[in-house]
Design a protein around this ligand. Sequence first.
Ligand code: ATP
Length: 306
Amino acid sequence: MERWVIVNPAAGRGRVGRLSGSILEAAREKGAKAFLTEGPGHATELSRNAPEGARVVAVGGDGTVHEVLRGLAGTEKVLGVVPIGSGNDFARMLGLKGLPWREALELALFGPEEAIDLGQVNGEPFGAFLGIGFDALVAKKALTAPSFLRGMPRYLYALFGVLKDLRLPEGRVLVDGVEVHRGPLLLLAAMNGPAYGGGIPMAPMADPRDGLLAFILARSFTRLGVVFILPRLLLGRHLSHPQVAAYAGQRVEVAFAQPMPAHADGELLPESALYQAEVRPLGLRVVGGRAAARGQEPLLAPVGAG
Ligand SMILES: Nc1ncnc2c1ncn2[C@@H]1O[C@H](COP(=O)(O)OP(=O)(O)OP(=O)(O)O)[C@@H](O)[C@H]1O
């Protein structure tokens, strides 16, 4: 079996860049082919070129995982992850977060495989999460932030920039063909794993092996309402808010009157007025290893289950 290691030197705010020499060397010593990406999109091209059945390891954060995933979704290739990004929610979903990179690399190259659910939106795969609306607006705004702002200050700049001009769009949401919402819509998140944005527990009950996605809707919110829900969101206590609804299902359709931004695994998607997302149960082969055991937590009831 061929083993490919794809290293994004821009991930982890430069940390991967600093480690890249050692990572490439360690990967080659273990018999893998190792590559450094040259820019956005390169990881997809590389993983597409890996031979069928190969193990392809993404070294970086969720954006790198997403790009590699795009090159191997729907094939027999297997995804491994060495999480050295700033968010790492995909790795967190697999129970790999916090593993030192050498151990993570060893596991990704030689550890056991398993299958997890794969998300798909408007024909594009996603591994851990999809966000439509407010959080994608914030991600888009962050691209225009002054370059000296990094990390949290950059996020806050973008957040308050979006809040200042916030006008909620009207959206229609169907879960498994059932209309669950029509009206103002702050955001919809389709979650394969529990967290996004670097550990924010958007859907604490989401399980990437249950054949379902968790859909979290934030409906009508004022600017102040958004500010007040944020601390609840960080603690995972947002689901009891009267303007928040949660469903589990296999498909979601979100329609707006005009194009709205969305992101898949934190990577902005082409804007659309219609997003159709679905789960491919156990559609992705990964090296999960120490999959998080969350069996005790109750799962969301599928729509229509009463
Ligand atoms: N050689 C490169 N130079 C600059 N950018 C790159 C390069 N290779 C990939 N990228 C881009 O780097 C971006 C960030 O990567 P990634 O998301 O993995 O890191 P991160 O932001 O630190 O982690 P996380 O998403 O987990 O917070 C991706 O959008 C990817 O397109």
